[in-house]
Design a protein around this ligand. Structure first.
Ligand SMILES: [Zn+2]
Length: 319
């Protein structure tokens, strides 16, 4: 009896030990398998490339699956991370940003986003898009966005003789109301605004451009005038504003009037369309007298954030 009991006990022990070994084996096996599986995951690859967990989450959230997968077999891309943090980053432009960076590795991500959003990687007039009149006062017209030959703005109204010199002038009704308010406000500060360019139709823009072109060729004409269809004056939303005391394009920039407009015009919906330090984005040499109506909301944003209307349009209006 005792012997059988002992034998049984021994068998139980052996079975138990086998079970324990089996369990340990299973656990080790599972954990090896888990490790292999993990090594196959995106996270493992990206951590190995040098990204932090936070960056990986950020990339996953901001990139399409296809682009995200391309990161798995390459080195850490610091430029891409900075790009995604750019205020005006547009995902549809990602490939163009990356291509531009290859061409200009010394450019900052901010500059690359600005240039690509505003199509500046294309030659002027090469990338040709029809301007969208349904955007009303936010319509974009520049060296890439053109107006139709027979585009005529709605709600044109004649400007009173009090506000201009030269020949008759017309402008969009809303713009005229805003201008008159601004005129009063400027007058309170002893500044007398004077308009010397307003609405210009396609034909008169064509005449101006062609006369330069006939005299000195296309390159010269492109430098000094917009091609017909590419001038903001055809929208009825742009005014060239000088002052009673100063109508000289040479000295206007530092005049009291210009400084007053720089500080106040946005409150009435106007922006300086071609500022001095933004020529690489607007495509136009500085024109401190050229003021464009975009409405108070857009003008205030553009003023506060120091961007061009071209950049504003790409990010807030067109996308
Ligand atoms: Zn102008």
């Amino acid at each position: 009896m005792k012997k059988t009991k002992l034998k049984l006990k021994k068998e139980v022990w052996i079975t138990l030990i086998i079970i324990i070994f089996l369990l340990i084996g299973l656990k080790v096996g599972l954990s090896i398998n888990k490790n292999i599986q993990y090594k196959k995951t995106d996270e493992y690859h990206l951590l190995k490339a040098g990204y932090t967990l936070e960056e990986i989450n950020f990339l996953e959230k901001n990139l399409s699956q296809d682009v995200f997968k391309t990161l798995l077999n390459s080195e850490k891309n610091e430029f891409l991370l900075s790009l995604l943090h750019e205020k005006y980053y547009l995902s549809k432009n990602l490939n163009s940003y990356l291509e531009e960076e290859k061409l200009h590795p010394n450019y900052t991500p901010t500059k690359i986003v600005s240039l690509i959003n505003t199509h500046r990687n294309n030659a002027y007039y090469d990338y040709d898009i029809e301007a969208d009149p349904t955007k009303n006062e936010l319509i974009l017209v520049n060296k890439y966005y053109h107006l139709d030959d027979n585009f005529e703005p709605q709600d044109l109204t004649s400007i009173s003789r009090d506000y201009y010199y030269g020949e008759n002038h017309q402008i969009n009704k809303i713009v005229y109301t805003a201008f008159k308010k601004m005129w009063e406000e400027a007058k309170n500060d002893d500044i007398y605004l004077i308009i010397n360019a307003s609405y210009r139709d396609y034909e008169s823009q064509k005449k101006t451009y062609d006369s330069y072109k006939d005299k000195k060729g296309t390159t010269y004409a492109d430098n000094v005038a917009a091609r017909p269809g590419y001038s903001e004056h055809q929208t009825g939303l742009a005014l060239d504003i000088f002052s009673k005391e100063n109508i000289s394009t040479n000295t206007y920039k530092d005049s009291e009037t210009h400084i007053w407009l720089q500080n106040n015009a946005y409150k009435f919906g106007f922006i300086e369309r071609y500022p001095e330090d933004k020529e690489d984005i607007t495509g136009f040499a500085a024109e401190p007298w050229h003021w464009r109506y975009v409405g108070i909301e857009a003008a205030t944003y553009i003023y506060n954030n120091d961007i061009t209307f071209d950049e504003y349009y790409a990010y807030f209006v067109e996308k």
